[in-house]
Structure formats: C-alpha cells, structure tokens
Ligand binder design. Structure first.
Ligand SMILES: [Zn+2]
Length: 254
C-alpha cells in the first residue's frame, strides 16, 4: 500500500474511533450494563455505603498497632469504580469516591482529636504514586480525591515519595510486597510541615497493609508520629490472610 493510502487509512481510523463514542452506547464501568458510564443502580450502591467506617488494626514491628479506618470493603461497585479511576483515565469518578472518603476522614479525625493531647494538630500524608503512573494517568488520584473531599490544603502534606524501582503491588508475593513498599523516602521540602503534627496516612486500598506500614516506618524513623490511616477500601483476604497476628482484619476493640 502506498504511503498516501496508508495516511488516508490512518485518518479514517482515527475519525472512526472518535465517532464510536457518539454511535455506540457507553457501558457502566461497574456492572457492564449499556447506558451511562456509571448506571443509576451502581451509583445508588455507592451512595448506600455504610456511614460508619470499617476499622482494622495493622501490627507494627515495635509500638502499638496502626489503626486503619476504611469506607468500604474492596469488592463490587467501590472496587470497580476505584480500579477505573486509577487505570481508566476517568478523573470524573473522584466526585463519587470523594464523599465516602470524606466521611471516613471526618470520623477518624473526630475520634483521634478526642483521644489526642489538647491542641494536637493533624495533617494528612497521602501514599505516593509512582511518577510514571501519575504522568500516564494525567492526575494524582489520591491528591485529586482529597481535594474533592474538601480537605483543607494546609492539612495536605505530600511528604512521601516513591524511590526508583518501586512498582505496582498487584501480583507480588507477601515478601516482595514488603520490599517493594519500603522503596519510599521523605521529600525534604515538605518535612518541616510535619514537625509537631499528628499524621493521618491516606491510601486508596489496604490489602495486606504493607504500603501503610512501610510509610509509617519511614515517618517513624524520621521522628514523626503517625496517628492512624484512612483508606477508601479494605480488602478482605480470607483466602490468604497475612501471617502476622493480629491480622489486617482484626477489628478495633473499642
Ligand atoms: Zn452499573
């Protein structure tokens, strides 16, 4: 085929792909039903998430366990929407995922404030994404979620950074997850904002807890205090529970 014919073909294919979204009905990213990109039923299921957060404890190598507050179990509509939000170039889903995250953050903050010494100040430190993923996605999904959740920008301190070699956690063995999660460092320019503050870590999912624990350790070793963690979802891993006791799914006793 001549170069000219090939370029006509390329233009035609591009036009066709642009027209597809007008011609073909969209599919719900949660249940696959034709219609809207998120159907009314799945939207309702997201709005119907329980108001009270799920509570888990992560055992730490030294010191008290890390408290984790989560908005939903990692399954069904929340899981599918979150996966789409992270991998499907759909920043608009932040509008649906932000309210449950906000509710969970507010509850955590209220409880921690009651239990903390007077005048304790809390800041939020999100778990970092790899720079290449953020570039690929076009947005930092956790920062976007926290902004949509209405977090005061003065409380948002992106003090953690993923170091070279860090990869996605999906598909890694438990030991590889821990080693990979530990590829974290502190951003020097943000650490002054952590001094004297109580830190709430924020992540999208708590699966084995390796990422949250690595973040807690990195901050702890630098002399900072992590009060708790908040995640949008928590994975139920009955088939493959973490070896340490109490496990990621041990409910808080209080
Ligand atoms: Zn649906």
């Amino acid at each position: 085929m001549s170069t000219l014919k090939m370029s006509y073909l390329a233009v035609a294919l591009q036009l066709l792909s642009q027209c597809r979204s007008f011609v073909l009905p969209a599919q719900c990213c949660c249940c696959g039903r034709h219609g809207l990109s998120l159907c009314a039923g799945c939207k309702r299921r997201l709005h119907a998430l329980p108001a009270a957060p799920l509570r888990t404890l992560l055992p730490t190598p030294a010191g008290p366990p890390l408290r984790v507050y989560s908005a939903a179990v990692y399954s069904g509509a929340p899981q599918k929407l979150l996966v789409h939000f992270k991998h499907g170039d759909t920043p608009q889903h932040a509008a649906l995922l932000a309210p449950p995250l906000r509710r969970t953050l507010v509850t955590a903050l209220q409880e921690l404030t009651r239990q903390a010494p007077r005048k304790a100040e809390f800041v939020v430190v999100p778990l970092p994404s790899r720079t290449s993923r953020v570039r690929q996605r076009g947005y930092d999904h956790l920062t976007l979620l926290l902004q949509r959740a209405g977090l005061n920008p003065a409380r948002l301190v992106p003090a953690l950074r993923a170091t070279a070699g860090r990869q996605g956690q999906v598909g890694l063995s438990a030991a590889a997850r821990r080693a990979n999660a530990a590829l974290l460092t502190l951003r020097g320019r943000d650490t002054p904002r952590l001094r004297g503050k109580q830190i709430i870590l924020v992540d999208d999912v708590c699966t084995t807890g390796a990422s949250l624990l690595a973040a807690q350790q990195t901050l702890h070793q630098a002399g900072f205090t992590v009060a708790a963690a908040v995640t949008l979802c928590v994975a139920l891993r009955r088939d493959n529970p973490p070896p340490a006791k109490p496990s990621c799914l041990t409910p808080l006793s209080q």
